[in-house]
Design a protein around this ligand. Structure first.
Ligand SMILES: [Zn+2]
Length: 300
């Protein structure tokens, strides 16, 4: 692979559906954006008010803007505008190597569709990918970076690779223990990741509902596991669908960094909380590197 250039969508891509947690019907339009813009959400249903005009409705896709990671990743700006469940959209953009886009959304949450990123990837492909006149600069992992939480961890190590090794352990039910290696440069792996659906266990459902979550949840948009049974009529799309989906969530959360990662990633029992901590740790390592490289560093 030579030096790649940044990309955006060729034409607007439009989608509509129900939010998993809010249950609200939302429409989104993914629009072209200039080089260096990154992924920017705009809540077009919020009155921007007089003072700071459009700024108050813009929410940058960045690990710094994560305001919650309970069963989904929620971004917010300093004006109180937020958008929930961004991870599958961020993953779709990552899988297509789309660097720059404005995501207009007329409600509080990105729709869940069928629980996977397939519909988003298909719609974005149909809109087309346009190459732009600026180099893409991946984040190159120089020193190992690791975040832990008990026996869970995510680790980045140097290497000319975009491979992810991931383990999950739900040993008490159908999901079981799954291990998988995926390579984002492999189109077949990208297709498997995009098709994998979100999942939960039946005993969690009551608690999630009481917490005001999954109001839009159904067997149409989530795999639901009860012990060793799958409650959905449809079969799994892939024998590794559960671990693939955990990898998809990780890819989406890490794409909040706004640039692809060059280096090996190993994740053991990841989840949105750990994914976001990992993204923040990577962001901190690149800002520390930039400071060391700065001619002002010696005098600072
Ligand atoms: Zn997910």
């Amino acid at each position: 692979m030579g030096a790649a250039t940044q990309t955006t969508v060729k034409a607007p891509a439009q989608f509509a559906g129900v939010g998993l947690h809010s249950g609200s019907e939302c429409r989104i339009s993914i629009l072209p954006a200039p080089t260096g813009a990154g992924i920017v959400f705009r809540r077009c249903d919020i009155d921007p008010g007089a003072a700071d005009s459009r700024l108050s409705t813009l929410i940058h896709g960045s690990p710094d803007n994560v305001a919650g990671c309970d069963h989904g990743t929620r971004l917010a700006n300093g004006y109180g505008a937020s958008v929930s469940t961004v991870e599958h959209l961020m993953a779709a953009l990552a899988l297509l190597s789309l660097d720059n886009a404005i995501v207009e959304v007329d409600g509080p949450e990105i729709p869940i569709f069928d629980g996977s990123a397939d519909h988003l990837v298909a719609g974005l492909k149909q809109a087309g990918v346009k190459t732009q006149d600026a180099e893409r600069r991946p984040i190159v992992i120089g020193e190992p970076i690791r975040v832990d939480d008990g026996d869970r961890y995510i680790e980045f190590t140097p290497g000319d690779t975009s491979a992810i090794d991931i383990d999950i352990d739900f040993g008490d039910c159908l999901i079981g223990r799954q291990s998988l290696s995926v390579d984002l440069s492999n189109p077949a792996d990208r297709d498997r990741l995009a098709a994998s659906r979100t999942f939960c266990r039946l005993y969690e459902v009551d608690g999630l509902r009481r917490a005001g979550l999954i109001r839009g949840g159904s067997l149409e948009n989530s795999l639901v596991v009860d012990g060793h049974d799958l409650l959905n009529d449809q079969a799994l799309r892939d024998p590794h669908e559960f671990v693939l989906h955990k990898a998809l969530d990780l890819i989406g959360d890490l794409y909040l960094l706004g640039r692809p990662i060059r280096g090996a990633i190993r994740a053991v029992k990841p989840g949105h909380d750990l994914n976001v901590r990992a993204a923040i740790a990577v962001a901190q390592s690149i800002s520390a590197e930039a400071q060391e490289a700065s001619p002002l560093a010696a005098t600072a």
